[in-house]
Design a protein around this ligand. Sequence first.
Ligand code: SAH
Length: 230
Amino acid sequence: MKYLIITLLTLSFMPVWQKKDAFESARNRMVDDQISARGISDAATLQAMRKVPRHLFVPPEYEKEAYSDRPLPIGYDQTISQPFIVAYMTELARPSKGKIALEIGTGSGYQAAVLAEIVDTVYTIEIVPELAWESTARLNLLEYKNIITRYGDGYQGWREHAPFDIIIVTAAADHIPEPLKEQLAEDGRLVMPVGDPATIQQLVLLTKRKGRVIVTTLEPVRFVPLKRLK
Ligand code: SAH
C-alpha cells in the first residue's frame, strides 16, 4: 500500500519534472541571448535565472512563450515582466546570501522566486486577491520555503519585518512610497519604476548610506500601475 501511494504520487508529479527538463535548453538560451549578451554579469543572478522554471509561472496557454523576450499576461490585467527586466532589477538590488528582501507586486511569483534562489528570505505583497492566492499556491508547490507571501497594499511596506536590505517594486508610481524608504536598511537598495504609470517610467535605484538617501535614474521601462486599496 505504502509503495502504491508513493508510486502514484511520483506519477502525478512526473509531468512537472518532464516539462522542467524539456524547457531547460530554452531557459539557458534565454539567459545567454537575452540576459548575458545584454550586459548582466552577476553570477548569482544568472544562475538563478537558469534555475527558476519560468514556464510554470505563466498561464498554460503561454507556456511555449515563457522564455521569449517579452512580458506575458498573467490575468487580471497584470503581466510577468520580460526576463531581461527581471534579471536587470535583480542584479541592481545586489542580492546575496544573508540578505532579506521585500517585493511589492508578487504577480506570478517569478521575481520573488529568482530573488529567493539567492537571498535568505523574500517577503512579497500582492494587491489582487486571486493573484496573491495563485502565486502562494504555486510557490508552495515549488517548495520555495523562504518566500513569505501576503495579500494587501504594498504601498505601506511590511513594517513587522523591516528593515530590508533589498526592496523591489514591480509596479509603477509617480513617486517612491515614503514607508518603503523608511523600511530600507542602512546600505540597502530599492529598485522601482518611477514616472507616469499610464505611459513610460524610469527605473530608479535608491540607496541609503549613513541615513542619507541617494537616487539614481536608470533605463526607461514600462510597468503596470501601483494600485491603492481604497
Ligand atoms: N513581479 C511580478 C510581476 C509584477 S506585475 C512577477 O514576477 O510576476 C505587478 C503586480 O503588482 C501585479 O500583480 C499587481 O496586481 C501588483 N500590484 C499593484 N499595486 C500593488 C500594491 N499597491 N501592492 C501590492 N501589489 C500591487
